[in-house]
Design a protein around this ligand. Structure first.
Ligand code: AGP
Length: 593
């Protein structure tokens, strides 16, 4: 949530910062702003809306040192007034995170004569810089950071220090990149791809003074060294090419994500030290938010079926304030594309503090969550830019299925067949992806549905929840995912002639049972879109449209059945004139509570 960028070097800063902001737009697009320092004069541009709102202005911003911000509003409405950079005296700052003690700080600062010109928590940071300014930027930064609770990544410019960006982080990510013409700062590595040779991931509590030719990193105790790594991310992989949207491009990258996740797991994930743990396990918690929680639901079913260990999928924001039963015979698996989701990090911290072994399934190996883990299980999906998670979900499922098979094998079960079955999914997904125009036609037909109900049992229910989330977040149509047998206990009251019911049916033994629910909603006027590998059901009376899945096994089918569901959401959003990559009110990486 919110993206920040900085540049100091020999080039004009504004275009460098602007390019980075475009890449960080997935973190929020309520407002945008840049500050550039020209000698001792600060130029600031701020606008409501997406990053390209400032495109025309950047040519006029002269100076080789600058910072920028793309916002997802927490405190204060999305408006120019609340856009960053925020100023106080000689200082301009950008901030990602939430200053939880901002009310007390604001009162104190107002008592000291500071006048607030925004409704943000972040403005307190700018005024704190001005309050503690004694002419030594390093000392000012330390004094400011000591006052801030609790989550922040900040970058600041000072008119008295024309060659340096002051930066700091706690519980929000910040990366320093070294390029040929200078140094960069960003909330995430993709913002820097193509511009830098190396990246350094700052740790919690780190502060930095970033100049054109060097960076000094320190914490409360003094100077620290952080590992500088080669940045191998290629800028071309972040382009959407011929695809109309990133979401479509990313859906098409699903087969490769599954293949890469499987091969990386075999080659790089070292499970030997955990085999004794696998043997004694009494319980597994799978923790995540949104799509990652839905992966956990499907993962739970695979773990229970293959490894016969009781497993529970947990919503991170509930788990962290609940009273979960933890211990060294429980395994916690935190699932997160970004590895920066605040609630999931807090849940993972709870596990760590209680001595519960913690695995993290993530797409970002250098993320804050990964740094907490006893074992990181990477999903190799590559950068995911669209706010709606697609290929990363398939990657998470793959990683969880591989873990389920590994735990099963350690406990003496035969997991070979399951692994072989998983290897067949990339091809099946390719086949499904080659027929997306079938889903496009369905989306056109039902784009004005009043509500959409996704039905399924077991693994199909897990997929139904994900299909419903996708549709809500980008098509803005009220929708729910329900276990097929549960509908008649209340939700069927919502069904009428303007409802669409999407039924997912991949398990032969449950097909007829699920079809009973289809018949019930059909009798009440709903239109039916069936997703199944069973051809005979496609021809059943009452089915308006059917997407015939390639033949597949039952346990891992969400990897495949989610493809037409993601496509339905995508094409419905497009048909309704929405931007599927940047849906309203959302940001991809939810780094605040
Ligand atoms: C998915 O389409 C959503 N954008 C959202 O639910 C997301 O999955 C959730 O915020 C968790 O993010 P994470 O995987 O980065 O932790």
């Amino acid at each position: 949530m919110c993206g920040i960028v900085g540049y100091v070097g020999t080039r004009q800063a504004a275009p460098e910062v602007y390019r980075g902001l475009l890449r960080l737009e997935y973190r929020g697009y309520d407002s945008v702003g840049l500050a550039v320092l020209n000698g001792s004069s600060l130029g600031v541009v701020r606008k409501k809306g997406k990053v390209d709102a400032v495109r025309e202005e950047i040519g006029g911003m002269i100076g080789t040192i600058g910072i920028g911000h793309t916002r997802w509003a927490t405190h204060g409405a999305p408006s120019e007034r609340n856009a960053h950079p925020l100023r106080s005296g000689k200082f301009a700052i950008v901030h990602n995170g939430i200053i939880e003690n901002y009310r007390a700080l604001r009162e104190e600062l107002e008592a000291n004569g500071f006048v607030f010109s925004s409704d943000t928590d972040s403005e307190t940071i700018a005024h704190l810089f001005a309050l503690y300014d004694r002419g030594d930027l390093r000392e000012t930064l330390r004094a400011v950071v000591r006052r801030l609770e609790v989550s922040f990544a900040i970058a600041a410019l000072c008119e008295g220090a024309p060659n340096v960006i002051a930066a700091a982080r706690r519980n929000s990510p910040l990366i320093v990149g070294r390029g040929e013409t200078g140094y960069y700062l960003a909330s995430d590595i993709p913002a820097l791809a193509g511009c830098v040779q190396t990246v350094t991931v700052l740790k919690n509590g780190d502060m930095a003074l970033v100049c054109a030719d060097r960076v000094q990193i320190f914490d409360d105790r003094g100077e620290v060294r952080r590992q500088e790594q080669v940045c191998s991310l290629r800028a071309e992989t972040l382009e959407r090419g011929d695809n109309a949207h990133f979401m479509l491009k990313e859906m098409k990258e699903t087969p490769q994500t599954i293949r890469n996740t499987i091969s990386n797991f075999a080659e790089r994930v070292r499970l030997e030290p955990f085999l004794p743990l696998f043997r004694k396990l009494k319980k597994i918690h799978l923790i995540g938010c949104g799509t990652a929680y839905h992966s956990g639901l499907a993962g739970k079913l695979a773990i229970e079926r293959l490894a016969r260990v009781p497993a529970e999928a947990c919503i991170a924001s509930e788990y962290r304030y609940g009273d979960p039963i933890l211990g060294d015979d429980t395994l916690a698996i935190a699932v997160s594309q970004s590895g920066e989701t605040a609630d999931t990090i807090a849940a993972a911290q709870l596990d760590r503090e209680s001595g519960t072994p913690l695995f993290v399934v993530t797409n970002v190996a250098h993320s804050s969550m990964a740094s907490l883990a006893d074992l990181v299980v990477p999903t190799i999906a590559g950068a995911e830019t669209a706010v709606a998670a697609t290929k990363s979900y398939n990657g998470q499922l793959t990683a969880l299925y591989l873990l389920a098979a590994a735990i099963a094998a350690a406990r003496g079960a035969d997991a070979k067949r399951a692994e072989e079955e998983l290897n067949r999914y990339p091809e099946r997904c390719e086949e499904a992806l080659s027929r997306l125009e079938e889903v496009e036609r369905v989306a056109q037909k039902f784009k004005d549905a009043k509500n959409v109900c996704f039905l399924g049992r077991g693994v199909d229910h897990a997929a139904a929840l994900e299909g419903s989330l996708k549709l809500k977040e980008i098509a803005y149509i009220p929708s729910e995912g329900y276990p097929a047998g549960e509908l008649k206990h209340g939700p069927i009251a919502l069904i009428d002639g303007r409802s669409l019911v999407v039924a997912i049916m991949t398990q032969r033994r449950l097909a007829e049972k699920t079809f009973n629910a289809v018949a019930e909603v059909r009798a009440r006027g709903a239109k039916i879109f069936l997703i199944t590998p069973f051809e005979e059901y496609a021809r059943r009376e009452g089915v308006d449209d059917c997407f015939l899945l390639p033949k597949c096994g039952e346990l891992f089918s969400p990897v495949l059945s989610v493809i037409p569901l993601q496509a339905l959401a995508y094409y419905t959003a497009v048909a309704r004139g929405n931007d599927p990559d940047r849906p309203r009110n959302l940001a991809k990486s939810v780094t605040v509570e």
